[in-house]
Design a protein. Structure first.
Length: 331
């Protein structure tokens, strides 16, 4: 895929413009309603769909398929980020009306940092064919780790990363929030507000998730432009998803299992591609198969999760009332 510098610049400018519109429209801090989150969420998904259709019409159906597979994969993996975002908001006691601004700036920061990872990943893929072995092995290990974490009964807690601890250590910080201000001046001294700290927490924590999502999307496409745009559209709609399915997150009890299956599948695909590059005859997994597998896995995971949550709710209600729970057919 030959993408000119002009196309790159136009894409980045358009994305920045969309972020600017978002900032202007939501410049006043407020609690996000379900209707508002739904409308913005649908808008970002529609923009992603239009972009994919544009690739289909003006480039190639193969690239459009790679974009949609990458977008869906990144979107599903980013849902797992929301669990940690909830923990971050709680740890830093972010007022409800400021959470939207925190997520917007934090996600923009995350996208910039992911851009660096994408550039490094693209350079590694171009220079070393064997890097697919490393990516594939890492994804398979991550899939196994997700399964182990899902089986653990321990409550997940947010742990500050090294950069965040360093920022908090070297910068004097106010004890309370000062609206949406990031810096304030008191007693002749420049102080950082908790707003800036939590934005850094959101942005840098997302980068940790990129350690598995970036190799995963390189397993679906080796085109840096598609990798970047799929990440951009997946991340920019994440803020609305946070408010839209915040209550639903606890019901997606099998999400980690579904994500582990997807990561394991892409990991095997990467290993196959690496072996194929070494002249070993192994099956080739095309984009249509990959896209179908990802969509079906997510659909099955969601259905089973909701049915499990419903059974648990019925059992809990029955325990409280002393009545027999309703029979629900096993999946």
């Amino acid at each position: 895929m030959d993408v000119s510098l002009t196309t790159w610049l136009v894409t980045i400018v358009v994305l920045l413009a969309l972020v600017g519109v978002d900032l202007v429209v939501n410049r006043k801090p407020h609690e996000v309603t379900l209707k508002e989150a739904s409308l913005w969420g649908i808008a970002w998904v529609m923009l992603a769909v239009l972009f994919g259709v544009g690739l289909w019409l003006f480039s190639d159906a193969q690239y459009a398929g790679e974009f949609f597979a990458g977008f869906i994969t990144e979107k599903s993996l980013s849902v797992d980020n929301l669990f940690v975002f909830v923990l971050i908001m709680g740890k830093f006691a972010v007022p409800t009306q400021y959470q939207q601004r925190v997520l917007l700036i934090g996600i923009v920061l995350a996208l910039v940092l992911r851009g660096v990872f994408i550039g490094l990943g693209a350079a590694a893929v171009a220079a070393f064919s064997w890097v697919f072995f490393i990516f594939g092995a890492f994804l398979i290990w991550t899939a196994w780790k997700l399964v182990k974490e899902a089986q653990s009964d321990e409550e997940e807690e947010f742990e500050e990363n090294a950069l965040l601890r360093w920022v908090e250590k070297v910068t004097p910080t106010t004890k309370d929030y000062r609206g949406t201000k990031l810096l304030v001046k008191e007693g002749g001294k420049r102080l950082v507000t908790p707003m800036l700290i939590v934005m850094i927490a959101v942005g840098t924590t997302d980068v940790l998730f990129a350690l598995d999502s970036i190799p995963a999307i390189f397993g679906l496409t080796q085109e840096p432009y598609i990798v970047f745009t799929a990440n951009a559209f997946a991340l920019m709609g994440l803020r609305q998803l946070y408010f839209l399915i915040g209550g639903l997150l606890k019901k997606l009890v099998y999400l980690s299992y579904g994500l582990s299956v997807i990561l394991g599948f892409i990991g095997v695909k990467l290993v196959f591609e690496a072996l194929h590059g070494q002249g070993v005859h192994v099956p080739e997994i095309g984009i249509p198969v990959s896209l179908g597998f990802i969509v079906v896995t997510l659909a099955v995971t969601t259905v089973l999760s909701l049915r499990k949550s419903k059974r648990d709710a019925e059992a809990e209600k029955a325990a409280e009332t002393g009545s027999e729970p309703e029979e629900i057919a096993a999946p």
